[in-house]
Design a protein around this ligand. Structure first.
Ligand code: FAQ
Length: 328
């Protein structure tokens, strides 16, 4: 009972719909000119379907992404770090809501999206299926995962779908602040006692593979990149985003005397590209398909929240608008 139901005829995964060639040509010319597509504009079914898939997954990632860090609110070292972590987790939930609202403009209701999340039908980012074992894990999430998210979001904020781009712009403002907070915590541990440095290096070692996976499978096996780039939903390929992340953030790891747990990892000065050992992509697909270390636990928490928050939504439900009344 979150919002109105799908008003559009959205094709199922794999279903082919033949579009009107004239409308398609006008649409593609608009994209080519760099115009923004807005919710009431004509768009191909596949563009709508892909956007819903991607924005919905992003929204779920923010909501589930609050969980690994959320478990550390009560254990954050010191009052200031506790306050900052509470604020960050709260921002992430806010980002989830902004993104659900952007996806709703395409005709899928919030209720359907949440149902698909808790029933395991929709995906969310691989990285949030791992535990945050120590405070250093929270620090690695706050610096390197936020950095990865910003690389992706800053690029895609220049894409073609208006509501998604505007949501990304706003999210990036807040996430840039999270990144500063993450970097400060990272430097603090790296320049602290030998035990703190070791704790940080161990966390980097644990998170390296999930971070490599975070940008998606290599371009040669990515399913959606070509289509999404043609329609300017994705503005860079998975491999290009991974390289951009290395360029911007790996020097910051090295300058603190920390290492990357991959003996092959280095920048090739001739090609300008970073070389690395391919992470285990079978493990990536296992994790995103429900079999990572924490998938069951994460969805269980969301199911609990859904069930225990239902009375609040019922109390706020407005039958006239078929949605929950705004609180303000
Ligand atoms: N995790 O064909 P591609 C954050 C799936 S927000 C899970 O290459 P695409 C904030 C993909 O869905 C982080 N699944 O896919 C924060 C597809 O499966 P499907 C989230 C993944 O869409 C920070 C299949 O693999 N950001 O962190 C992943 O072209 C700190 C084939 O892949 C976004 O969602 C993955 N990493 O490119 C919060 C950004 N990668 O759907 C708390 C928006 C791929 O066919 C703390 N999304 N898959 O069953 C995107 O930019 C794109 O969707 C990619 C994947 C780049 C993630």
């Amino acid at each position: 009972m979150y919002g109105s139901s799908a008003a559009f005829d959205t094709p199922k995964k794999g279903e082919e719909i033949v579009e009107d060639p004239k409308k398609l040509a006008i649409f593609e010319a608009r994209i080519e000119r760099g115009e923004k597509i807005e919710p009431n504009d004509w768009m191909p079914h596949e563009y709508r379907r892909q956007l819903i898939r991607m924005i919905e997954q992003h929204a779920h990632s923010e909501i589930i992404g609050a969980l690994p860090e959320g478990t550390w609110i009560t254990r954050a070292p010191g009052f200031k770090r506790k306050l900052a972590l509470i604020a960050k987790v709260q921002d992430e939930i806010g980002h989830g809501h902004l993104l659900y609202a952007a996806a709703e403009t395409l005709g899928k209701s919030r209720e359907e999206m949440i149902n698909d999340l808790i029933n395991g039908k929709s995906k969310y980012s691989n990285v949030f299926n791992y535990p945050a074992k120590t405070w250093a894990d929270v620090t690695v999430i706050g610096f390197l995962i936020d950095a990865g998210a910003i690389v992706n979001q800053l690029i895609n904020a220049t894409g073609s779908y208006g509501p998604y781009c505007r949501a990304l712009e706003r999210i990036c403002y807040e996430e840039s602040f999270h990144l500063k907070q993450g970097h400060e915590g990272f430097v603090y541990l790296a320049t602290g006692t030998p035990l703190q440095r070791k704790m940080l290096q161990d966390a980097i070692n644990r998170w390296w593979e999930p971070i490599m996976h975070f940008f998606g499978p290599p371009d040669k096996i990515s399913q959606h990149t070509e289509k999404l780039m043609k329609w300017k939903v994705k503005m860079a390929t998975n491999d290009d985003m991974r390289q951009k992340f290395f360029d911007q953030y790996i020097p910051k790891v090295y300058e603190l005397g920390l290492t990357i747990p991959d003996p092959k990892f280095k920048k090739n000065d001739e090609t300008g590209k970073w070389e690395y050992t391919e992470p285990d992509w079978d493990r990536f697909f296992e994790v995103i398909n429900g079999n990572g270390p924490c998938n069951k636990e994460r969805l269980e928490v969301r199911r609990w929240a859904e069930e225990h928050g239902r009375w609040v939504r019922n109390a706020l439900y407005d039958p006239k608008y078929k949605s929950v009344m705004p609180l303000a």
